[in-house]
Design a protein around this ligand. Structure first.
Ligand code: GCB
Length: 593
């Protein structure tokens, strides 16, 4: 699936704005066919946004089940004879879509796009009604998982990940038109050959008889530098300007479908020419050792929840630049595609993660209240869950494969990984990722409960990604003990001979809480001492090739005795003001100051 764009042969219409909206707590909408007419008793809802925090109403905030979105739209009258498609960049966690009275598509998974060819359902120049049933319930066969538990006060949604279950239509919705013969997919891979670059491409087209393909590569100034004929080919880039961390130089690859001498479809793909390789304990970008400096982030802001917002996108990247970060992880789900496009242009490096988070009843019991479930079993995370997980990996890679910023796939965050069930669950998932993308390393993020010697899944990864909280969840307030214990564990991992990225380390910090007493958890001073201790350990171990502080900014979670208005491990507050630790990180990461 290609992202909609305007080209000489394509046109798109953005459907963001206010949609009609209704909760459906009694599940009436489907049997009563709410899609067949105006939504009954509808209010209005912003798209893109999470619906949870828009209303000042706990019943909306904590709602789970079906919600309905609806709007009408005029199909542009110039689209006669075109193929017309309706695309959602995401709907969390699943959706079914109707155009007028006809169901056109259903999709599982809250963070990847889906589309429907609606050419047969619409007439250019006429109005259509689009109705979407979004469902945000988490269960054992969803990624991420959850359960509905009966309580004396009624059913409650429980889940085991540490961020609020924001839901709704979080990203743009598009109506777009292509010619009937169209480019359906395009994959690029790049390599370096001395001073020159190599761009290989493969295109799929739904083509009419006699249509041929042509690829044209232009530099950032628009000058044509190479071209090739065919649905697959290789282009040489003399004296290539490489894509590199901090230098988001992009070429433009235009793929054309040509009938006789007419270009019948044209699609543009930006291309960053770079290589990624793991070699021993090194993580190489363009053959040079790369050290990850940055954060695990979240898509999480006031009012919008997980709704994409361009102003926050730019501001967050400005703060990354200010603090000297060169990378982040899309913890714990695929982010909006605008984020990846911008990272490409800014030369920010990404670890791209699926939404497989919370597959760990050890943590569920320990931190978020006793659950009494077994993670992997026929009744809990099972073969059907794994198939949903596999599909989530395929959809992530299909969407993000052409982004030079993405250098590593993370197929899960902190799953149970010290049992036979975990090993059997994960082994085939690594194969799924490698088949979908043979060009990038693959890993998963290991949890403290599965330390070196116990973890049975890290053997499958090209890179070790570790989340560790020595000095926070263990050795709380005792950074001397934490330093010894952390170094001991890390040295054991270093013995595996793979690069290690510390994908999380962090301490909750209440902004404005200060203490002159060393070792005072929650204070701004303790966050700095805690980070300093970690950095001393990392700097002593060669295999450590990266440090991602948890988290870039404070974020919303479910309520609980471990959380004070959310998770407070941000270097920045939720409204992006720096804590003392932000200045300390800036001093460590910015060599130019
Ligand atoms: C973790 C999780 C992350 C949590 C974090 C914490 O290990 O990966 O989702 O928010 O710990 O702060 O406890």
């Amino acid at each position: 699936m290609l992202r909609p764009q305007d080209t000489t042969t394509r046109e798109r219409k953005n459907l963001n704005g206010l949609w009609r909206f209704a909760l459906d707590p009694d599940g009436e909408g489907t049997p009563a066919a709410w899609f067949a007419g105006p939504l009954p008793e509808a209010s209005e809802m912003a798209v893109p946004a999470s619906f949870n925090d828009i209303a000042a109403d706990a019943a909306v905030r904590d709602y789970f089940g079906d919600v309905w979105y609806q709007r009408t739209v005029w199909v542009p009258r110039g689209w006669q004879g075109e193929r017309i498609v309706l695309l959602f960049e995401s709907a969390t966690h699943r959706a079914t879509v109707w155009v007028n009275d006809t169901e056109v598509v259903s999709h599982e998974g809250g963070y990847t796009p889906f589309e429907a060819d609606i050419t047969e359902q619409v007439t250019p120049g006429e109005q259509i009604r689009i109705t979407v049933r979004v469902n945000n319930t988490l269960h054992w066969q969803s990624i991420p998982p959850g359960v509905i538990e009966e309580t004396p006060a009624g059913p409650r949604q429980r889940y085991w990940h540490d961020f609020f279950n924001y839901a709704g239509i979080h990203r743009s919705v598009w109506l777009y038109a292509t010619p009937p013969a169209y480019i359906a997919d395009l994959t690029v891979a790049t390599d370096l050959d001395g001073d020159n670059g190599v761009v290989s491409y493969t295109a799929d087209a739904v083509a009419q008889e006699g249509v041929r393909a042509r690829a044209v590569l232009r530099d950032a100034d628009g000058a044509e530098i190479a071209s090739a004929d065919g649905f697959r080919g290789t282009l040489q880039v003399l004296n290539v300007h490489k894509w590199a961390p901090g230098d988001g130089y992009l070429y433009d690859l235009e793929l054309q479908l040509i009938n006789e001498d007419d270009v019948v479809d044209s699609y543009h793909q930006s291309v960053g020419v770079r290589t990624v390789k793991v070699d021993g304990i090194e993580f190489l970008i363009n053959g040079e050792p790369f050290y990850f400096k940055g954060f695990g982030k979240h898509e999480d802001v006031a009012v919008l929840g997980k709704g994409h917002n361009d102003a926050y996108l730019l501001h967050d990247f400005e703060l990354l630049k200010w603090i000297g970060a060169n990378s982040f992880r899309t913890s714990h789900y695929p982010y909006a595609e605008d984020v990846l496009d911008y990272a490409d242009r800014q030369g920010i490096v990404l670890i791209d993660e699926t939404a497989a988070v919370g597959l760990n009843m050890g943590l569920g019991g320990g931190i978020f209240g006793g659950q009494g479930y077994k993670t992997f079993s026929p009744d809990t995370a099972n073969d059907a869950t794994r198939e949903v997980h596999a599909q989530a990996i395929r959809e992530l890679i299909a969407r993000d494969k052409n982004h030079p910023s993405v250098v590593l796939w993370s197929i899960a965050n902190e799953p149970e990984s010290d049992t036979e069930g975990a090993e059997n669950y994960f082994r085939p998932l690594f194969d799924v990722a490698r088949r979908a993308d043979p060009t990038r390393p693959v890993g998963f993020v290991n949890v403290m409960l599965a330390p070196h010697g116990k973890c049975r899944v890290s053997q499958f990864g090209d890179v070790l990604m570790l989340n560790r909280y020595y000095g926070w969840y263990v050795d709380t307030g005792d950074l001397e003990a934490a330093e010894i214990n952390w170094e001991t564990e890390l040295r054991a991992w270093a013995g595996d001979g793979k690069p290690i990225i510390i994908t999380e380390y962090g301490a909750d910090t209440y902004p404005g809480l200060h203490s002159v007493a060393a070792g005072s958890p929650w204070s701004e001073e303790y966050q700095v001492e805690y980070l300093d201790m970690n950095h001393r350990v990392f700097d002593r171990i060669d295999a450590v090739v990266g440090e991602h502080v948890w988290n870039f900014a404070d974020f919303t979670t479910t309520s609980g005795i471990m959380r004070v208005g959310g998770n407070k491990k941000g270097a920045f507050t939720r409204d992006r003001q720096p804590k003392t630790a932000a200045f300390a990180l800036r001093r460590r990461w910015r060599s130019d100051l």
